[in-house]
Write a protein that binds this ligand. Structure first.
Ligand code: ZN
Ligand code: MN
Length: 481
């Protein structure tokens, strides 16, 4: 049985974070009453003229530069003609051609295991407009909502032949790309709201052969998990078809999230002919070297650079730095806590362990959770000053996470405090030693390991509140007397 190689191309659409639409002044937002954010321009009424949104152009240029693309110093908008009700004009304003998109010929390095990266080449980063949404009406029939029509949309497409060879790589490409878009603040990255959409095209071929297999395109993937599962399913399905002697058909397939299977949406007989031509209503975009250079130098610190800085500045391990920067909000939270006086290694430690687990369980993000950077610093100070033990610290963080009460107030309310009074512990030590003469005898005979038992008993006798180091010292002292 031959083994198979996968080839996965990624087409990503990202709605840009602008206040208004691409060619009119209608506001950009999510949801809302249908057709309340539409005007003659985005409804394509005769006589209306488009005026480009310069902020949107700048956001795409930023992305192109961050993705190591060549910037087209002269770039035009084309009309992509097709007839479908989601586009009232009868065409989508987009960008055609190999060297015409605002950015082309770039790459993105994605993390691959320990210290490794894989380079995924990017063919194009272009600017277009989003379409309206067809909706099934509760009373039957369909309606169109044009609130989304004309929203600035960036398309990012990987190069051909594809560099991505597994579902895992596809998912990692998408999360690395999304993270960069969040760092650049060009897109909110909300896959569940459709502001970031990914349509992989997938093919397999027997190992050792050159020609790529027939590809299918997958739609309706609205989470990273779906991208991973969907690509994996499609690879397995295609291999099964080939192994049974069948042929993979070129088709667009949808992902059914509930049943975790893909299904045929439409079959392509021939490639669509969109009859692209330059939009006569829009003048070409022309840039100067100077502008692009300013954009390049003005880019915010991106994840890889940030990780390098964390290692140097805060002596974090490569692994820890990688975990912190792999999520924009996490990195922001970390930096804020450090700015507020948190010790970087301690902040990192709590963030990548208990806090990360709490977030994972609840589905919260650092920003939506009850815990603030100020809370984090408060908590770490309570532990490092010895006011509470690190075990109590865990209990306190849990409480702050659940209720939003600050760690200091949790400690007060619960009466949590570590006993650091030597005299008080001394009394307990004497009591415990007196109650266990046989254990003390064993110690005197040379069984040093029984000391741990006595330490445990003393801590238990104080309700877990005694400072463990102090107890150890005092038990040792008493035994050596
Ligand atoms: Zn409009
Ligand atoms: Mn597109």
């Amino acid at each position: 049985m031959p083994e198979y190689v996968a080839s996965i191309g990624m087409e990503v659409h990202a709605e840009l974070l602008t206040h208004s639409k691409m060619f009119c002044r209608c506001p950009v937002a999510f949801g809302g009453e249908p057709n309340t954010r539409a005007c003659p321009v985005c409804l394509g009424l005769p006589g209306s003229l488009p005026v480009p949104n310069h902020h949107a152009i700048e956001l795409v240029l930023k992305t192109a530069v961050a993705l190591n693309c060549t910037v087209a110093m002269r770039s035009v908008f084309h009309r992509k003609n097709y007839f479908y009700p989601d586009l009232p004009k009868g065409y989508q304003i987009s960008q055609y051609g190999e060297t015409n998109p605002l950015g082309y010929g770039g790459y993105l390095d994605i993390p691959r295991g320990k210290n490794g990266t894989k380079r995924v080449r990017i063919r194009r980063v272009h600017l277009e407009e989003d379409t309206g949404k067809l909706m099934h009406l509760p009373a039957g029939g369909s309606g169109v909502d044009y609130n989304r029509a004309g929203v600035p949309l960036m398309e990012i497409v990987t190069d051909f032949p594809p560099d991505i060879e597994s579902a895992e790589e596809a998912k990692d490409y998408l999360s690395t790309l999304r993270n960069i878009l969040l760092y650049l603040r060009v897109c909110d990255g909300k896959m569940e709201e459709g502001s970031l959409r990914c349509e992989p095209n997938i093919s397999v071929r027997p190992k050792g052969t050159e020609t790529l297999g027939t590809k299918t395109e997958l739609k309706n993937l609205n989470s990273f998990h779906s991208v991973h599962l969907g690509v994996e399913f499609e690879l397995r399905r295609q291999i099964a078809v080939l192994q049974e002697g069948g042929a993979v058909l070129q088709e667009t397939r949808g992902w059914n999230e509930q049943r975790e299977i893909s299904f045929v949406m439409r079959r392509k007989e021939t490639e669509n002919d969109y009859r692209y031509f330059p939009d006569p209503d829009l003048v070409p975009m022309v840039f100067e070297e100077r502008e692009i250079e300013d954009l390049r130098t003005g880019l915010p610190e991106l994840p890889m650079a940030k990780a390098g800085r964390y290692q140097k500045e805060f002596s974090l391990s490569e692994y820890d730095a990688g975990v912190l920067v792999s999520d924009f909000e996490r990195a922001q939270f970390f930096e804020e806590a450090v700015k507020l006086g948190g010790e970087p290694k301690q902040v990192c430690n709590v963030m990548t362990n208990q806090f990360a687990e709490l977030l994972k369980e609840s589905g919260d993000t650092p920003r939506t959770s009850n815990v603030t950077p100020t809370h984090m610093v408060d908590l770490l100070e309570l532990v490092s000053s010895g006011a509470i033990s690190s075990k109590m610290g865990k209990e306190v963080l849990q409480e702050t996470f659940d209720s939003g009460t600050s760690p200091s107030n949790v400690v007060k309310a619960k009466g949590l405090s570590q006993i650091t009074d030597t005299g008080e512990i001394q009394v307990k030590v004497s009591q415990i030693l007196a109650a266990h003469p046989e254990v003390v005898a064993k110690y005197k005979e040379g069984q040093a390991n029984v000391k741990g038992y006595l330490v445990g008993q003393v801590i238990r006798a104080t309700g877990g509140k005694a400072n463990p180091t102090l107890v150890q010292d005092l038990v040792q002292e008493a035994l050596d007397k």
